[in-house]
Design a protein around this ligand. Structure first.
Ligand code: SAM
Length: 275
């Protein structure tokens, strides 16, 4: 499975728990290959992952919806958007910029255009930009985004992406967010702390990735981020932090796995404190 193909799997997980994820369109991305990946992942890593990814989507969906309703944001900018369907799940007035690798953007544009024409998806204001965060992209991307959103308040989402990036690529992204955002704007971010990688389920995830790696059986490279990174990010304040367990309480999800068989991702929201 290539990195960009993991986006199909997270969509399949959301489709398995529509009541929890509230993603009523995730099923559109399903096909036999995607279903097979998702089922294999759940049976060899841990069955709790589909609910975990559904709650992750729900947490950001609810937060972004509230911020839009209260007039705090006009744009959602989704970095590494994959096949997430936030534009179609959120009210019409919110505008969207979605960024991902060229192959993801090409496929997403093609499919959503077709589904919009067929009336399967509602019409939304979305600009999609192909971009690889491992390349030298900053100047061009900042120009494109500023041309679109001007000074409008925005929520930047980085969901399920940091795991795949290097430390340097992550630091460059957060620098870019600082350039793009104004006081009061928010970032939503998802990552693992080193201690979240100590569970049995996380070891099984690494085994799974090694087996599914099309480039041979090299060890999966992954990144962890400690809370202190978010707490000390210049110009930002950490305003919310959740994890699998806190979201399970909020959304009345009763895990069926033991603690060791849960992959405990951390979910953060940061607010910019300076102009
Ligand atoms: C696990 S998927 C998550 C997708 C979506 N955010 C979600 O939560 O469903 C990871 C996404 O990050 C994107 N990604 C990973 N590395 C990237 C890079 N270097 N540049 C741009 N996108 C990248 C992948 O293409 C993929 O769509």
């Amino acid at each position: 499975m290539e990195v960009h193909e993991t986006a199909f799997v997270t969509s399949a997980f959301r489709a398995m728990h529509v009541l929890l994820s509230k993603d009523e369109f995730a099923h559109l991305w399903l096909n036999d290959r995607v279903q097979h990946w998702a089922d294999t992942y759940l049976s060899t890593v841990t069955g709790e992952e589909s609910a975990a990814h559904s709650m992750r989507n729900r947490y950001f969906l609810d937060s972004i919806h509230r911020l839009f309703k209260d007039g705090n944001i006009e744009y959602l900018i989704n970095f590494g958007c994959g096949f997430s369907m936030y534009p179609y799940l959120l009210p019409h007035g919110l505008k969207h910029i979605e960024i991902d690798k060229p192959e993801v953007i090409r496929h997403k544009d093609q499919k959503t255009e077709l589904w919009e024409d067929q009336g399967i998806l509602p019409l939304r204001n979305i600009v999609r930009i192909p971009c690889d965060f491992s390349e030298n992209y900053e100047k061009e991307l900042i120009g494109k985004i500023n041309d679109i959103k001007k000074n409008s308040p925005c929520f930047i989402l980085l969901e399920g992406v940091l795991f795949f990036l290097t430390r340097e690529e992550m630091l460059r992204l957060f620098q870019l967010f600082n350039t793009l955002q104004k006081q009061g704007d928010r970032i939503g971010s998802v990552s693992f702390r080193a201690k979240d990688t100590e569970s049995k389920a996380f070891a099984l995830l690494l085994d799974f990735m090694k087996k599914e790696n099309p480039h041979g059986t090299e060890e999966a490279r992954y990144q962890t981020v400690e809370e202190k990174f978010y707490k000390s990010l210049p110009g930002y304040e950490l305003v919310d932090q959740q994890d699998f367990f806190s979201l399970s309480k909020s959304y009345q999800h009763q895990p069926s796995a033991t603690q060791d068989m849960i992959i405990n991702e951390q979910f953060y929201q940061l607010q910019k404190t300076r102009p």
